[in-house]
Design a protein around this ligand. Sequence first.
Ligand SMILES: Nc1ncnc2c1ncn2[C@@H]1O[C@H](COP(=O)(O)OP(=O)(O)OP(=O)(O)O)[C@@H](O)[C@H]1O
Ligand SMILES: [Mg+2]
Length: 306
Amino acid sequence: MKTVFFTGKGGVGKSTLSATLAWQLAEKGFRVLAVSIDPAHNLGDIYGKKLSFKKKKFSEHLYLQEINLEKAADEYVKANMNLMREIYGYLQSFNMDKYFSILKYSPGIEEYAALTALEKILTSERENFDYIVFDTPPTGLTLHIFALPGITLSWLERLIKIRQEILKKRYTIHNIRGKYEAKGVPLVYDEKDDNVIKKLYELQERYSLVLSLLQGKNNAVSVVFNPDYLSLKESQRLLTGLSDLGLPVQGAFNNKMTEKSGEIAEMVEETLKKDHSSLTIQRVPYRADSMQEGYKLPCDITLPFL
Ligand SMILES: Nc1ncnc2c1ncn2[C@@H]1O[C@H](COP(=O)(O)OP(=O)(O)OP(=O)(O)O)[C@@H](O)[C@H]1O
Ligand SMILES: [Mg+2]
């Protein structure tokens, strides 16, 4: 399975290109899943379908799906609160219920929810599709989502060390005063009995897998831009961000080209290539009748690794 993420500034054509590439690959006979992780959800509009998290068949080889970030955030908070209750049920003072309604608005929750949904798709659909094409939200949120696995892994490394220290201290206490219980729950000191450290190791394994999938050779992140100055500036920031995160940029698309784009289009492309000389840039023409079947741009969308 190969994955493609179309990224870029708001309105440059990420959804249109995602929809077009997914359609073209499916027409060639590949099994394709097109997924929207953009809260704006234009992908469904482009195909003229109402989408949900349950994948929907569009044509013989093409399936469509969308991640509802608000719902995903709700589920993410609920699942984690249940987990906390389960693990820390013996702590009477640990009452998170009153924070529940505001937790889902905490900074980062939406990104974690998106990443969790992404992980679910990447791991559960691996065998079912040749390609998964992701339509992403504009630059900022996408970079936040991509940055999360790495950030989380450094946190987990620290937390595992802290937990190991706690278990070591518990062991010392155990040796001095014998078996100790809180509300009938024995305070364990061995890693194999400790649910907290087991959960931390599990998270470490999960996020390492997501990171390796995102940074691996079967993933391509594509940058979409338009022949204009603001689009150039944002693409430069995006390319720097993607390279900082170790993500494989595969191709860029200069979308909505018209006959009048000539000089500015060349300036934008040359400037991008100055810092990213190996970047392949494909021009995509402006389609005057874009109201109709938005997934049928009249040119082949190609990427080096397809
Ligand atoms: N090649 C094209 N020719 C003509 N119109 C286009 C082309 N590409 C995109 N558009 C139009 O530009 C608008 C924005 O496109 P699209 O929704 O695909 O961009 P986006 O980057 O996904 O936007 P957002 O950041 O809001 O998700 C839409 O009206 C779309 O029909
Ligand atoms: Mg879009």
